[in-house]
Design a protein around this ligand. Structure first.
Ligand code: SIN
Ligand code: FE2
Length: 218
């Protein structure tokens, strides 16, 4: 897929790579060649470590349902945010990261200018209509030299991408099934979020959006 991942995209007026900022790229349709592998693997992971609505340190249940795979998973509870090698719900290690996941993340990162990225954590976010993820930074990882690679599947969403301060203006980008966003380097700690998901029906996922976010956490 590294040769021509966009062969199936019919609209030549849509550039396949969109620059969102310094070090930040949106790779349109990059994951389409492996969509079914990814969706099948998500089902298997969720059978072992189910999606759940975690609680923020402030005591609110998140509207996004989450699970993880890889050596560590991102969790939040009343005591704070952290990466944990164990799923607190099953008390077992998170499911291993499938090869299809790590391969895609490594290739997309390289395509965006970050060669040699090996993710050790993948947060899986599940959105239904109305679900949102408010503006935040990904900053619980140990090494900010490693980028974030974020894969969109299912219903389209709007991506808000801002700057290093919460008050910086945000630019919005549509995230569609198969799109991969990569941010790192100077934009690694930029604020980002997803406003309430619009209702719809996607042929692969129904009334749902799934997002894989790969990190170098450990
Ligand atoms: C995230 O910021 O963790 C997820 C972003 C997304 O759902 O696209
Ligand atoms: Fe994030």
């Amino acid at each position: 897929m590294i040769n021509d991942p966009f062969a199936d995209l019919s609209d030549p007026s849509q550039p396949s790579h969109l620059r969102m900022g310094d070090g930040a790229l949106l790779l349109r349709g990059y994951a389409l060649p492996v969509e079914d592998e990814l969706l099948g693997a998500i089902t298997e992971i969720a059978a072992q470590s189910p999606f759940r609505n975690m609680v923020t340190p402030g005591g609110y249940a998140m509207s996004v349902a989450m699970t993880n795979c890889g050596a560590a998973g991102w969790v939040t509870d009343r005591s704070g945010y952290r990466y944990d090698p164990v799923d607190p719900e099953t008390r077992r290690p998170w499911p291993a990261m499938p090869d299809s996941f790590s391969r895609l993340a490594t290739e997309a990162a390289a395509e965006a200018g970050y060669p040699g990225f090996r993710p050790d954590a993948c947060l899986i976010n599940r959105y239904t209509p109305g679900t949102r993820l408010s503006l935040h930074q990904d900053k619980d990882e140990r090494d900010f030299a490693k980028p974030i690679v974020s894969v969109s599947l299912g219903l389209p969403a709007t991506f808000q991408f801002g700057g290093s301060k919460r008050s910086d203006p945000v630019v919005t980008y549509p995230l569609r099934h198969g799109d991969v966003a990569v941010w790192g380097g100077p934009s690694r700690l930029f604020f980002h979020g997803i406003p309430a998901l619009k209702d719809g029906e996607h042929p692969k996922t129904g009334r749902m959006r799934l997002n894989l976010t790969f990190r170098g956490a450990l």
